[in-house]
Ligand binder design. Structure first.
Ligand SMILES: NC(=O)c1ccc[n+]([C@@H]2O[C@H](COP(=O)([O-])OP(=O)(O)OC[C@H]3O[C@@H](n4cnc5c(N)ncnc54)[C@H](O)[C@@H]3O)[C@@H](O)[C@H]2O)c1
Ligand SMILES: O=C(O)C[C@H](O)C(=O)O
Length: 328
């Protein structure tokens, strides 16, 4: 018997990430090749954006995806999020050359109070929310705080791009395939302060730390490369990352919905106090997923260098939270 369709809302659907994301959701790469989907697409109420969205919808139709059983175009989150089971909040202004994430906070924060309230009012009570629009952690925090009737654990921020970037750098340093990497963690904010931590990681069963055995590379090359990768892509393309961001969003939602079979992945989630992070801070943690729920990997030893890195990214997040207090 075929499965009941699920509703997937995507904001910023006519943007760059939207264009790299929607076709993969509709083809079943996110929720499984047996899961029909209805796309509920939101764009701003602007003629150009709505026209662009129409064009994307025409292309989706022209793919004749067997799993795509409905497509809706919206300009109001109150209709776009109606009964939605999954919400990918991508729509926001991206960073341009020379801009830091903090510059985006003022521009984008308001979007997430409005969308959090709309999710609170009309979405499925089990909705799984992923915030991609930057600054992703704080936007997710704003949306969560604006939706008091939904469980806080349903709101997450995208750290998976940092996780995937870190995995790729480790594979290239060790000369091994990225598929062999397990137990990688990224702590904190989706920003240059994130702490990609390979102390526990293995590649083909061997310790990554032992294989690399180079603390200076970790500190002076690996962490800055992963942390500044977004800016490097903006400098090279003149536009922020899109296909890799969409890919990370697919990975995040797929793993959350379908499980990781014990494998660690990184998700930005509201802290439950684990590892001394104050409750509700939207923090990148290593997690495993099973039965539609994520669980923080517990009991990891935090050495002095790691604590210093975690403190730094936490401070940035609590400063960002302070900066949006007046909106909540
Ligand atoms: N978390 C991550 O790892 C990560 C990675 C890459 C990009 N991003 C962020 O994702 C966001 C989108 O990037 P992009 O390259 O697709 O940008 P884009 O400018 O190409 O597209 C954004 C789209 O969002 C729409 N939009 C703006 N406000 C909206 C609103 N209130 N409701 C609905 N739609 C709205 C715009 O009209 C536009 O079409 C940016 O904030 C970017 O910084 C995050
Ligand atoms: O860095 C940016 O502004 C875009 C995105 O968050 C990225 O990491 O590529």
């Amino acid at each position: 018997m075929s499965k009941k369709p699920v509703r997937v809302a995507v904001t910023g659907a006519a943007g760059q990430i939207g264009y790299a994301l929607l076709f993969r959701i509709a083809s079943g790469e996110m929720l499984g090749k047996d899961q029909p989907v209805i796309l509920q697409l939101l764009e701003i109420p602007d003629e150009k954006a709505q026209n662009a969205l129409k064009g994307v919808i025409m292309e989706l139709e022209d793919c004749a995806f067997p799993l795509l059983v409905g497509i809706e175009a919206h300009s109001d989150p109150m209709t776009a999020f109606k009964d939605t089971d999954y919400a990918l909040l991508v729509g926001a202004r991206p960073r341009g050359p020379g801009m830091e994430r903090a510059d985006l906070l003022a521009a984008n924060a308001q979007i997430f109070t409005v969308q959090g309230k709309a999710l609170n009012a009309v979405a499925s009570r089990n909705v799984k929310v992923l915030v991609v629009g930057n600054p992703a952690n704080t936007n997710a925090y704003i949306a969560m705080k604006s939706a008091p009737d939904l469980p806080a654990k349903n709101f997450t921020a995208m750290l998976r791009l940092d996780h995937n970037r870190a995995a790729s750098q480790i594979a290239s340093k060790t000369g091994k395939a990225v598929a062999g990497i397990e137990k990688l963690a990224v702590w904190g904010n989706h920003s240059p302060t994130m702490y990609a931590d390979y102390r526990f990681a293995t590649i083909d069963g061997q310790s990554v730390k032992t294989l690399i055995n180079d603390e200076a590379w970790n500190r002076d090359v690996f962490l800055p490369t992963v942390g500044k990768r977004g800016a490097a892509i903006i400098a090279a393309r003149g536009l922020s990352s899109a296909a890799s961001a969409a890919n990370a969003a697919i990975d995040h939602m797929r793993d959350w919905a379908l499980g990781t079979n014990g494998k660690w992945v990184t998700m930005g989630i509201p802290s439950d106090g684990s590892y001394g992070i104050p409750k509700d801070v939207m923090f990148g943690y290593p997690v495993t997923c099973e039965g539609g729920e994520y669980k923080i990997v517990q009991g990891l030893e935090i050495d002095a260098f790691s604590q210093e890195c975690i403190n730094k990214t936490l401070k940035e997040l609590t400063d960002e939270q302070d900066g949006v207090k007046h909106l909540l």
